[in-house]
Ligand binder design. Structure first.
Ligand code: PLP
Length: 484
């Protein structure tokens, strides 16, 4: 295979590049960094975080000046990351009292924070009232009633945005769809009259400031955002007519897809990843072009437009470095065991999420080969292929041999990750495997499963220097909170 083709696609000038056959981020040699700091190691780029945020904010504000981007902190709530996104002019989305606490600690003002969630407790609602945050995105009738009580008790008036169900079936993995009544989210159309009645009954406790919708994550098609905007605008006009007041803001949530598959030459090995989901990309310009005209036509130029991007702000900005600890030969295939599994990248298990891998210290090697790539944990499911999906397919074909003719179709439906990963042919024990685009939904979900310390997480600062922003767990950390 032509190495230029193999390594060409993932390189991002000035950010991720090969130098002397080694992976660099912002010019820093990640192979040397992993030797110095140990593995697994999760490394973020400050320059990338800032430039992505700046570009996204610029794209939206150019099309609608009164736009606020609330970073979805669940995607990465590292205090340093929150702080630098705040510096870039972003506001914040939180999904729990814990995230609210982290956001306030990172320096966000209450009036910069919006609060989502399907199960907000009285304590969490009270924390969101002291002082009142920008909006509590109320998810249901029970929550609205609970908020009236809590606001009364606290002697505060809550800023309420109603989370609506836009009725959009997003083209993403099932666990990441949130826009229809088939999911647990939002106030369904039949619940709105009751919600409005509660709002009318409690003007001292509730101020309706906005509406909210979020259709899911890793959504590439701007038309789905337009569909959501249209649906929300229909509901808003009914709401406004009923209450005789205008909303101040419309929040269309997050969900903008980023590409996880980069190299043209990797197409074959990546063909099994969920029907192209990981090739999707939703550019902010395209989303703004799709929704801004809808919102303006309905509510004018002055209305504030909010979005809650998470993945698209931080996903691309981090790499996971893992060491190959062992090799095996099974089934005529070469297997590589690396020191990071779903204890570090939990979504590779939970959602069969695809992260592109490459051998960070062999980027100039001309030959490539296919490997089974697996993690260090004690279960077979700790693998970067779809163990459950492959077993389902094999079981089905063993039971119904007549289905063999449909193997390709069944495989595309049931097996959600590539069986093999193409890496430099010489990859073996001691080499460094890098997983790309791991900046979203890994940091907050690190676990100490199997007694494996959670890894160091670091940041390459804008001046090119590296500093840890979360230290690796020590062995005593594994006993933290244990009552001995
Ligand atoms: C309500 C809400 N807003 C925003 C987001 C962020 O989504 P994404 O990271 O795909 O942009 C999520 C993700 O789960 C969410 O639930």
């Amino acid at each position: 295979m032509n190495p230029a083709a193999r390594t060409g696609g993932w390189q991002r000038p000035g950010f991720l590049q090969a130098r002397g056959g080694r992976l660099t981020m912002d010019g820093l040699d990640l192979v040397g960094l992993a030797e110095e700091r140990g593995t697994p190691l999760l490394v973020y780029s400050e320059a990338r975080l800032r430039s992505v945020a700046r570009r996204m904010l610029g794209a939206f504000r150019q099309r609608h000046a009164h736009t606020t981007l609330c970073f979805a902190s669940k995607a990465c709530s590292a205090p340093r990351v929150l702080g630098l996104l705040r510096d870039e002019g972003l506001a914040l989305e939180v999904n729990s009292g814990g995230e609210l606490f982290k956001g306030l600690t990172a320096g966000f003002a209450p009036e910069q924070i919006v609060f989502n969630g399907v199960a907000k407790s009285r304590e969490e609602l009270a924390a969101a009232l002291a002082p009142p945050i920008k909006a509590i995105n109320v998810d249901g009738l029970d929550e609205l009633a609970r908020l009236v009580e809590t606001a009364e008790r606290c002697g505060r008036r809550a800023n309420v945005a109603l989370r609506l169900v836009p009725g959009v079936e997003s083209a993403t993995s099932a666990g990441n769809r949130t826009g229809s009544e088939a999911t647990k989210f939002g106030l369904a159309a039949h619940e709105l009259p009751e919600a409005l009645a509660i709002l009318r009954r409690a003007p001292e406790q509730l101020a309706l400031v906005g509406v909210h919708a979020h259709i899911g994550s890793q959504i590439g098609d701007p038309a789905l955002f337009r569909q959501s905007a249209r649906s929300v605008m229909r509901l808003v006009s009914e709401l406004q007519a009923d209450l005789g007041q205008a909303v101040q803001h419309v929040n269309l949530g997050g969900g903008f897809a980023i590409p996880y598959v980069h190299e043209a030459a990797g197409a074959a090995q990546a063909s099994a990843e969920q029907g192209g989901l990981f090739r999707e990309e939703a550019r902010p310009e395209a989303i703004a072009d799709a929704v801004v005209p809808e919102i303006r036509a309905a509510l004018g130029q002055q209305v504030e437009l909010l979005f809650e991007p998470g993945r698209s702000l931080v996903g691309e900005a981090a790499v996971l470095l893992s060491r190959v600890e062992a090799g095996k030969r099974r089934d005529g295939r070469d297997w590589l065991v690396v020191d990071a599994g779903y204890n570090v990248l939990i979504e590779s298990l939970a959602y069969k999420w695809y992260y592109q891998a490459l051998t960070a210290n062999r980027l100039d090697e001309a030959e490539s080969a296919d490997f089974r790539l697996v993690g260090p944990l004690c279960d077979s499911g700790d693998a970067f292929h779809d163990v459950e999906g492959e077993a389902l397919l094999d079981g089905l074909l063993a039971r119904e041999p007549a289905l063999e003719g449909q193997r390709t179709l069944l495989e595309s439906a049931l097996v959600r990750l590539p069986r093999l990963r193409r890496l430099a042919a010489g990859t073996g024990v001691g080499d460094l495997v890098a997983f790309l685009d791991v900046g979203a939904y890994a940091y907050d979900q690190l676990t100490a499963n199997n007694g494996r310390p959670r890894p160091e997480v670091g940041l390459i600062a804008a001046d090119g220097g590296y500093a840890p922003m979360r230290r690796r767990d020590s062995l005593p950390d594994l006993l933290a909170n244990e009552l001995l």
